[in-house]
Design a protein around this ligand. Structure first.
Ligand code: FES
Length: 349
C-alpha cells in the first residue's frame, strides 16, 4: 500500500506526499514553487533542510545508491528534494520556495524613468524593471525601495503587467525621511528594489461580490492598482472608492476617479476632514465632477453601508486603517472581509 505523509513547509503551509512521489513532485502538484532544474540530484537547486522526520534519497536507479536522512543527521541541511521520498511526516525548509499562489521575490535595479509632481506634496515616481526577466506582482502589493537612509515600503500604484512601476510619494515638511527619499531619487538614475511584498491584494481570481476601497492620502496608490486590475478584467460587480484627505488640494489625482465614474460606473466619494481649509470646502461641493463630503472617511462608509456586504480594501496610515476597522467591526462587518497591509505591519497587541 502506498502511504501518504503530511509535509510541512516551514512558514509556507502543508501538502500531502505519497511514498512513491518525490517531495518535489508532490509539492509541485500541490502548487508549491520548488527551485529546481535537473530533477536528478545533480544541479543542487532544490537543496533544503529537513527539520523533522526522515526521508530516503536515491541517486540514479540503483537501490544501492539509496540512503536514509533523519532530521537530526549532520546531512539534514543538504537534502535534495527532487530525489527525496518521505518515510514519515516531515517538516522541510527550502530557500526561495513559494507557497501556492505566492510569487517569487526579486532584488533588481530599476531605471528611474520619470518623477512628476502631482500636487503640492505628492510626486509620482516611475521605475522601469530590467528587460528579459519575468517579474510578477499582484494588484495591491508593494515593493521595498533601498535608499541611503534604509529600506522604504511603497505600494505599486499601477496594475500588474508591463515593466513600469508607479509609486506615489508624499513628501511634506512634516516627513523628513520622505524628503530624503525624494532627494535621493532626484539625484539618481537607478533605484534598487525588492518585490513583490504584501499579502493583501487582488489576484487573478476576482472577488465574487462588490468591492469597496477606503483610502487616506497616498493610500490611493494600492486602491488605484486594484481598481485598474478589476476594470481591465471586466469585473462585473459594483466598485466604490472612498478617498479621505484633509483638504480638496490633498486629493492629488482628482481627474482619474472622475474619469472612472464617467466611463466605468464606479462610485466615488471624496471625503474631506477639514472643510475650512479651502475655498471649495463646503460639504456637497463639486470636486472634479464628484460631490464630496466632510468628516472622517469611515463615517462616510458607515453612512452608506445599509446592510451591504462588500469586500473592503483599506489603505492609509495605521491610525486611519484601524479607525476604519473599528468602525466597521462595530457595525457588524466581519474582520475577514477587511483587508489592509496595516493589519500585517502594524498589528495591535
Ligand atoms: S533539481 Fe537538481 S538537484 Fe534537485
Amino acid at each position: 500500500m502506498d502511504h501518504t505523509f503530511h509535509i510541512t513547509v516551514a512558514g509556507k503551509g502543508r501538502y500531502s506526499a505519497r511514498a512513491g512521489d518525490t517531495l518535489l513532485e508532490a509539492g509541485q502538484h500541490a502548487g508549491f514553487g520548488f527551485p529546481h532544474a535537473c530533477r536528478n540530484g545533480n544541479c543542487l537547486r532544490c537543496v533544503g533542510q529537513l527539520l523533522r522526520g526522515s526521508v530516503t534519497q536515491r541517486i540514479g536507479n540503483q537501490a544501492t545508491n539509496t540512503r536514509i536522512v533523519c532530521a537530526d543527521d549532520a546531512s539534514a541541511g543538504q537534502v535534495l528534494y527532487c530525489i527525496a521520498h518521505a518515510l514519515e511526516d516531515c517538516e522541510i525548509n527550502v530557500p526561495d520556495i513559494t507557497a501556492p499562489g505566492e510569487l517569487p521575490v526579486f532584488d533588481v535595479s530599476c531605471q528611474i524613468i520619470a518623477i512628476d509632481d502631482l500636487n503640492h506634496d505628492v510626486s509620482r515616481i516611475t521605475l522601469r524593471l530590467p528587460a528579459g526577466r519575468r517579474i510578477r506582482w499582484y494588484a495591491g502589493q508593494y515593493l521595498l525601495l533601498q535608499t541611503p537612509a534604509g529600506e522604504a515600503a511603497f505600494s505599486i500604484a499601477n496594475a500588474p503587467g508591463g515593466r513600469d512601476l508607479e509609486l506615489h510619494l508624499r513628501h511634506n515638511d512634516e516627513n523628513s525621511s520622505a524628503q530624503e527619499v525624494m532627494a535621493a531619487l532626484r539625484q539618481d538614475t537607478v533605484a534598487r528594489v525588492q518585490l513583490p511584498a504584501g499579502r493583501r491584494f487582488i489576484a487573478d481570481n476576482l472577488p465574487q461580490r462588490p468591492v469597496w476601497f477606503v483610502c487616506g492620502s497616498t493610500g490611493f496608490a494600492p486602491a488605484k492598482a486594484m481598481i485598474e486590475h478589476l476594470l481591465a478584467n471586466n469585473f462585473d460587480q459594483p466598485i466604490r472608492l472612498y478617498w479621505g484627505a484633509r483638504t480638496a488640494d490633498d486629493i492629488y489625482l482628482p481627474a482619474l476617479p472622475a474619469q472612472w465614474v464617467r466611463d466605468e460606473q464606479l462610485e466615488y466619494v471624496p471625503v474631506l476632514s477639514d472643510s475650512t481649509a479651502t475655498d471649495e470646502g463646503d460639504a456637497g461641493a463639486e470636486h472634479a465632477g464628484a460631490v464630496y463630503r466632510t468628516g472622517l472617511v469611515h463615517e462616510a462608509v458607515l453612512a452608506d453601508l445599509n446592510g451591504e456586504q462588500p469586500e473592503f480594501h483599506i489603505a492609509g496610515s495605521p491610525a486611519m486603517a484601524w479607525a476604519v476597522f473599528d468602525a466597521l467591526s462595530a457595525a457588524g462587518v466581519p474582520a475577514a472581509d477587511m483587508h489592509s497591509d496595516v493589519f500585517d505591519y502594524a498589528p495591535r497587541e
